[in-house]
Design a protein around this ligand. Structure first.
Ligand code: CO
Length: 153
């Protein structure tokens, strides 16, 4: 009986570690879409402050390739947003429109095109609950519209 109990415990652990959608939803896995209309599917995102790590998945539901209508998901403080976006434009597509080694960037995905998905997992260490951070697409010309707030609550 003891062995069976250990086996059951191991299987529960493995299922928990697999991280698929069938496991318990702790609110630390978020997703959003973006299409050829240069819009994110949401303007406000939030996650529980209890999340040590957060994974954000971006789904590009449009048709255009990344060099024409590329999207990414970048997270910074509200104060850093414009500077990171401007420097990202100079960094070019090869750097996913994010300046290399930019310490102001809390999280950033790759730039993707229509039909593609990408995700980023980042630590919430150093972030403050209740503060409205800014998420945006750093593709040149997009960040004026493609932006929203991200809050740990
Ligand atoms: Co974009």
């Amino acid at each position: 009986m003891k062995n069976i109990s250990i086996y059951t415990g191991m299987m529960t652990l493995l299922i928990a570690l697999s991280g698929n959608s069938a496991s318990a939803d702790d609110g630390c896995n978020l997703s959003l879409g973006a299409a050829d209309n240069m819009q994110f599917s949401t303007k406000a995102m939030s996650a529980p402050a209890s999340c040590e790590n957060i994974t954000v998945t971006l789904n590009h539901t449009g048709q255009f390739p990344k060099n024409a209508m590329g999207h990414n998901w970048v997270l910074t403080t509200e104060a850093d947003f414009k500077g990171v976006a401007m420097d990202g434009g100079s960094a070019g597509l090869k750097n996913n429109y994010v300046k290399e080694g930019d310490s102001r960037v809390i999280a950033a995905t790759a730039i993707i095109g229509g039909g593609e998905s990408t995700s980023v997992t980042f630590s919430t260490g150093g972030m403050t609950a209740g503060t409205a951070y800014t998420f945006f697409c750093s593709f040149p010309g997009h960040w004026g519209i493609m932006k929203g707030t991200f809050t740990l609550s």
